[in-house]
Write a protein that binds this ligand. Structure first.
Ligand code: ZN
Length: 277
């Protein structure tokens, strides 16, 4: 695990492995030559790119909070599902008191529930954005997904519905996760997608989740990803998060950037730049 100190909080980025995806999916609306040149600047040549999975563990001293839970056993062929094995030696799944889901995609919630429906963080309670729950897991959403024959209906039933009795839904009026840990509605990737701000003293960590999938999006905010729900909202969210990440003493974390997914955002003449740790 990669450790970062945010004031008195210990924050860890956890390696849940990586998988390979096609470069078109990263930015389907990009000019292919421009996309290839941008990727080459990050050492990516050819038509495949590595996508990492980096859940975050925050130990505030009072509470151990997990931000997203990785794939679990959902991703086949040995990728992902390493979250539990890669936990800190001194912290086990039973020590996690709260799991926060940034959005309802299986690479973020697949690690929560085992094959037989058992909760893999047995003592945890859960939080997610209310709009995200409504969009994917409410009775109405399940009916819509079933009518579309969308396989997500089955995933939601298996992974999200078992959390319901221990779930708190966050809103603009109620964004606090814990003292110093706050949800920020960050729509676009999904409409209830959220980022998380961790602050103690002068130190800040902005967890951007899937607002940005790869560092090429930092230079080209207009390049969207294949599975963003609303491209305009996603672009506005990226601009807002990057602008706030430029503040002093602020670290930036992205779930899918190369592990550990942590760095600084700086302003350049025509936009922003990511400097990895
Ligand atoms: Zn994701």
């Amino acid at each position: 695990m990669y450790k970062l100190s945010i004031g008195r909080f210990d924050v860890y980025s956890i390696d849940d492995d990586a998988s390979e995806g096609g470069v078109e999916f990263l930015a389907p609306n990009a000019d292919p030559d421009e996309r290839a040149a941008a990727l080459a600047r990050h050492g990516v040549t050819g038509d495949k790119v590595q996508i990492s999975y980096n859940p975050v563990l925050i130990d505030t001293g009072r509470q151990k909070i997990l931000i997203d839970a990785g794939w679990g056993q959902w991703l086949e062929k040995g990728d992902g599902g390493r979250y539990h094995g890669n936990l800190h030696d001194a912290i086990t799944a039973a020590d996690i008191q709260l799991v926060v889901l940034t959005h309802a995609h299986v690479d973020h919630y697949g690690g929560l529930v085992g094959e037989n429906g058992e909760l893999l963080f047995p003592k945890a309670s859960y939080m997610m954005w209310k709009g995200e729950w409504d969009d994917w897991a409410s009775d109405e959403a399940i009916k819509r997904l079933e009518a579309e024959q969308n396989p997500r209906a089955e995933l939601v039933r298996h992974f999200l519905h078992p959390l319901q009795s221990k779930l708190t839904l966050l809103t603009e009026d109620n964004p606090e996760i814990a003292p110093g840990v706050t949800a920020i509605h960050a729509p676009g990737h999904t409409m209830g997608h959220m980022a998380v701000r961790v602050a103690d003293g002068d130190d800040v960590l902005l967890i951007a989740a899937d607002a940005l999938l790869h560092p090429i999006h930092i230079k080209r905010l207009d390049w969207h990803f294949g599975n963003d729900v609303d491209h305009n909202a996603a672009q506005a969210t990226r601009e807002r998060l990057l602008s706030s990440a430029c503040a002093d003493n602020t670290w930036f974390h992205a779930y899918h950037f190369a592990y550990p997914g942590i760095g600084r955002i700086t302003r350049t003449g025509d936009g922003y730049r990511f400097v990895a740790v």
